[in-house]
Design a protein around this ligand. Sequence first.
Ligand SMILES: [Zn+2]
Length: 195
Amino acid sequence: MSGFNLLHLITKSQPVTLRSCSLPSGARRTKKTWPVNFSQEDLKKRLTPMQYHVTQEQGTESAFTGEFTHHKDEGSYVCVVCGAVLFSSNTKFDSGSGWPSFHDLLKEDSVTLTDDFSYGMHRVETTCSQCGAHLGHLFDDGPKPTGKRYCINSASLGFQPKDAASSSSPASSTSSSAVEGGAAGGSVSEGKTEL
Ligand SMILES: [Zn+2]
């Protein structure tokens, strides 16, 4: 019966130390990591101060100051940081809040919801699921059928007009008499409007 003890001794010598480095250490950062990352330096160059403040520092633009608050064109609203499509103009409604409001998402998982207890309130923060940009908050007082109100900062959004998304159609519908009148044939500086 003494043979069993030998087996016991042999298994003891297996190396066990290799395991520790193969495990992903997921909880090292307090902040969640996102599929798309940008350097803060890059974002500071690329975004306006307000866009940076809102998306990266969870800021909020003043009510009725955002460029998309009363924006009614047809198209898609995208994340200003990474370009992910977030909302459709079809779900935009006038909430009277002073911020762009939507009653639904374009894609269920395009926005991440997290509890936000800042300012002594409990709100649900909305964040771009791709890059983690702060967008705004979600409330439960929206119109039917969803009953939801995504209250989003204009500074978090970019806009893609519907026309640009579909196959390019030549601008033929406008009246053809608009050509005359431009006497000065000088260089029309294509000044890009900067904010
Ligand atoms: Zn994004």
